[in-house]
Design a protein around this ligand. Structure first.
Ligand code: SF4
Ligand code: SF4
Length: 514
């Protein structure tokens, strides 16, 4: 069990809705961005003197630019349906971590300055003056929201707290009160091309190392190319795939799939990052600038297709916004989706019977699957509704003999966040990350106990990193989280691989049981 400087919730069979305890998380705020981080993103270096007027101006601006924001701020009827749906409330008992409580932090200021009732009878409608304390409260609690959108599934009006949280962060950034973790990372992407600040030569070195490892292991020369002009596919993947565990095992798997598919592919130093933290801070301008690198790389390399690796929010930005942010992609091959998810790519080959697997290679594991929030509630895969749930499961079942789902109330559209999404994957927010993981840890523990599950697979870099850190706080092993393409990598039989073909399972039923 990992040691914590805070109380780690005890796992029970069910997560009870806790009694409210005011202010349990009021002390927690992430580190504030340094001037360099802010200015690199086009924001003031530090909190401006005239922040009061500027905050209200920005709030007006956002309400007129995004009508949905104004509707969300106006429409809540305080029905209470969302109150027990946020993992952070369930894990912390703090009413300001209830979705409606979180929304109200911005709503009370909106009402005070933007509505007739709030201007003249503020006490009647819960309207409050904007003060420095308000700003600090926004900074604290809007960085305790992973923008997972679970609450919006249960709200009868579809109010999306994630969008309110993005707006609040955008307002804070506009007056120089940004979050260090997100802004530092976006600055690195602008300057170097990826979240980690990995320069081209280091990337090349890493990929050459992977080629050697795979060849030693399989006897097959699988390539992991960088900046290869004229390749058919540009793979855009989270930079964690280049070195972190279990992410890198997923990257090894993508390469093996491309190799067996007989396609040429490449990574790019210009777009060596799928993540787009511009979305987390609600900044259209930064999200666009980050997305444009992908267009630039695709044009420079002359590729015909773009495939995204395992990254949840990156898939949301790619699936929902890439064309608006960086399109049109009319220079790509129109026979393929733009963009395509690596799970769609692998699944299609499985359906066509083009991949051979030895499923017993994963027999040391009994798997379950964690649906990542952004994939589950903000995207799709394939051409059928629910493809984002079915396709990753179909891939897992094609390569593993032992699979069980967690409680249906905690997966699919109702999936619980890992606790580290939305720009919260930083050590200064460890307390909320651990407490917010409670519902997922509970569901996982139940299938471990009842079904003998040993590992949980995911297709999101943030989920994988978060679980690696958080599992030990709940008495589980950090290696119990795996990449979906790590499972593919374990089971795939490469043509000419160390004479293993005899044991191949061509997996005729691979697609039928998702
Ligand atoms: S978006 Fe997710 S983290 Fe944010 S309030 Fe809703 S349920 Fe909680
Ligand atoms: S469910 Fe929707 S309308 Fe009801 S309290 Fe929550 S945000 Fe307001």
């Amino acid at each position: 069990m990992a040691k914590a400087e805070f109380d780690v919730p005890e796992l029970q069979e069910y997560v009870d809705v806790p009694k409210l305890v005011e202010g349990t998380m009021a002390h927690l705020s992430p580190f504030v961005a340094k001037p360099d981080h802010n200015t690199a993103l086009g924001f003031p270096g530090e909190l401006v003197d005239d922040w009061h007027g500027k905050v209200l101006e920005k709030l007006d601006d956002l309400c007129s630019r995004y009508r949905s924001l104004q509707v969300y701020l106006d429409a809540c009827v305080k029905c209470g349906a969302c109150t027990d749906k946020c993992h952070y409330y369930l894990g912390t008992k703090d009413p300001k971590n209830m979705p409606v409580g979180r929304q109200d932090l911005l709503r009370k200021v909106y009402r005070r300055y933007n509505t007739f009732a709030g201007k003249y009878f503020p006490w009647l409608v819960g309207a409050k003056d904007l003060t420095r304390e308000t700003l600090d409260e926004w900074y604290s609690y809007y960085h305790q929201c992973s923008q997972c959108r679970r609450c919006s599934v249960f709200c009868p009006y579809g109010i999306d707290t994630a969008e309110i949280s993005m707006a609040a962060r955008e307002i804070l950034d506009s007056v120089g009160y940004g979050q260090k973790y997100c802004n530092e990372i976006i600055a690195k992407v602008h300057a170097i091309g990826n979240n980690l600040g990995l320069p081209g030569p280091a990337l090349l070195d890493t990929l050459e190392g992977l080629e050697e490892d795979v060849e030693d292991d399989t006897g097959v020369a699988v390539k992991y190319p960088l900046d290869m002009k004229g390749a058919e596919i540009l793979l855009v993947t989270p930079s964690a795939d280049f070195f972190a565990e279990p992410h890198v095992d997923g990257l090894i798997g993508y390469g093996k799939v491309f190799h067996e598919a007989g396609v040429t592919w490449t990574l790019s130093t210009t777009a060596s990052e799928a993540a787009n933290f511009g979305m987390f801070i609600g900044s259209y301008e930064n999200m666009r600038r980050v997305a444009l690198r992908i267009r630039q790389a695709a044009l420079e390399l002359g590729v015909k297709r773009i495939v995204f690796g395992e990254c949840g929010h990156a898939w949301r930005v790619a699936y929902s916004f890439l064309n608006t942010l960086a399109g049109p992609f009319d220079f790509l091959d129109p026979r393929y989706p733009v963009p395509q998810h690596i799970c769609e790519f692998t699944h299609e080959l499985i359906q066509q019977g083009k991949l051979k697997f030895d499923k017993s290679a994963n027999d040391d594991m009994t798997l379950t699957f964690h649906d990542s929030c952004n994939v589950a509630r903000a995207t799709r895969m394939g051409d059928k509704p629910g493809g984002q749930f079915d396709i990753p499961r179909a891939v897992i079942k094609a390569v593993c003999n032992n699979y069980v789902d967690m409680d249906h109330e905690t997966i699919g559209e109702k999936t619980f966040c890992c606790g580290g999404g939305g720009g919260l994957l930083t050590d200064d927010l460890m307390e909320i990350r651990v407490k917010g993981a409670l519902p997922r840890m509970t569901a996982l523990q139940n299938v471990i106990k009842d079904e003998g599950v040993t590992h949980m697979a995911a297709i999101c870099a943030i989920c994988k990193s978060q679980f690696t850190k958080v599992l030990p706080y709940y008495g589980m092993g950090m290696d119990q989280i795996v990449s979906v393409h790590q499972l593919v990598s374990n089971a795939i039989i490469l043509t000419g691989q160390n004479g293993d073909e005899d044991e191949a399972d061509t997996d005729d039923d691979a697609d039928g049981d998702a």
